[in-house]
Design a protein around this ligand. Sequence first.
Ligand code: UDP
Length: 239
Amino acid sequence: ADSTNKYKRILLKLSGEALAGSKSFGIDPAVLDRMAIEIGQLVGIGIQIGLVIGGGNLFRGKELSDAGLDRVSGDHMGMLATVMNAIAMRDALERSNIATVVMSSISMTGVVDDYDRRKAMRHLSKGEVVIFAAGTGNPFFTTDSAACLRGIEIDADVVFKATNVDGVYDSDPRKNPKAVRYEQLTYNEALEKKLGVMDLTAICLVRDHNMPVRVFNMNEPGALVKVITDRSVGTTMLE
Ligand code: UDP
């Protein structure tokens, strides 16, 4: 699907940390507004956007369980954190006049809609942004897996994973100045070389369904339009 000239529908995964900006916890409204503008630019050129936002800026199940909480309770809190991020993002998008729907894997009547694939497809077709919240709805998964799952379900052309590095490197570019960025990578290379693109569950899922994933740096202004229009930006993981 990645070989067509223009993307029609994409799934964009933002980590929770990206919303915290320079802070380590919480949400920075200035960052939200910047992202809303960039997402709006894509909507403006007719690209349909599904969004999955992580929750790591608020809670992660693993960290809570390391601190003594039950893991499943921690994962539930982590998923609820992604709903909070989704509500904040919806707020920013709507302030920029971008029609947005939040669909949650965990019911929260009156706050966000329930996830319904067919309804999501209809919203997307109308050019509305759909934010998929509460991950997969199950503990022991990550929002990377949720992004891959929803991306496959909505028949996205590609899953974009926004990070704070330019792509996937053969070693950590923050530690090794000679680290080399992959422009392309196969699913199996990512798995065999343990490159940490995503967790194994997520990689296996996209591999099984041949869904391309592009990893890119979202920190620079204009990054989103750039990665959409320039195929050499970031790292593309495919078959
Ligand atoms: N989570 C979960 N099931 C899912 C997705 C997320 O239990 O399907 C929980 C898990 O505890 C995770 C937290 O939600 O740590 C926040 O998601 P994630 O760590 O993926 O966020 P990110 O690192 O992308 O900000």
